[in-house]
Design a protein around this ligand. Sequence first.
Ligand SMILES: [Zn+2]
Length: 309
Amino acid sequence: MATPMTAAQFAAALRAEGCTVVEVGDWETHNRNHMGPWGPVHGVMIHHTVTSGSARTVEICRTGYASLPGPLCHGVITKDGRVHLVGYGRANHAGAGDGDVLTAVINETALPADNEASTDGNRHFYGFECENLGDGVDPWTDAQLLAIERVSAAICRFHGWGAGSVIGHLEWQPGKVDPRGFSMQTMRGRVAARLDGNQQEEEMALSADDKAWFEGAIKRLVPVAVLTTDGIIDNPVKGSENTHISLETSVRNIEIVARRTEAKVIGLGAPSISDAQVAALASALAAHPALADLIAEKVATKLAARLAS
Ligand SMILES: [Zn+2]
């Protein structure tokens, strides 16, 4: 038993869950409230549209048909995962369904078979139509499934419901097959995991600008802090009175050793080898590849001995 959110709360809850929300026309006041009650709300219902083309799908769900006037839901989830708000309040999406199912949704218990069309669903369910042909072939995109997970979790989070409050039209009204192409049981698992993990609350705690500022600050400040903090690594110089030194000091020591070595290498001078000797060496190496290892080893040994002197 819950009082429906206001339109503003509804849009805010979806955005807070990470949904990309598109507000279409006068959605906040476009509804069927003159035809019957809206609320108390008990759950979220998912549908497929049997349409293709996002713009056309959104328009159909907003205006409906002569025999079934719009809005046909609250939000339309297109293939790209965007959630288009087309109406708010009582909407023509759920129709008459099974009262035992409603009881199970309220209690969040296992759903019985939907074999009665005795209870007004438009009064009690938030509804989302999803752009899909519903032929079992038209693919459901990852973005779309994620959006379904998010809108469901957003509403459950607001009302303090669990994933058991999320059902498909096919679980409500006899003869309905939507949504077709994914399992509502699997989707309820995703919604439950999201509600458990509270992922979106963490993600949405910072605005994009704030995040960018913090990331920039961390990139600037952390290296400085690491480099200038003393006592973070073992001092490789044994017998020094400082057993630990900063990374900055260590880098400076390495730099000094590298410069000394560089000076020694320059001081060794280049050996004189004629072009003919180089050519002879190259052909010998080509004939006997194993020579290369041998020569490299000898050069390394001699170089080490001269640098040490
Ligand atoms: Zn439906």
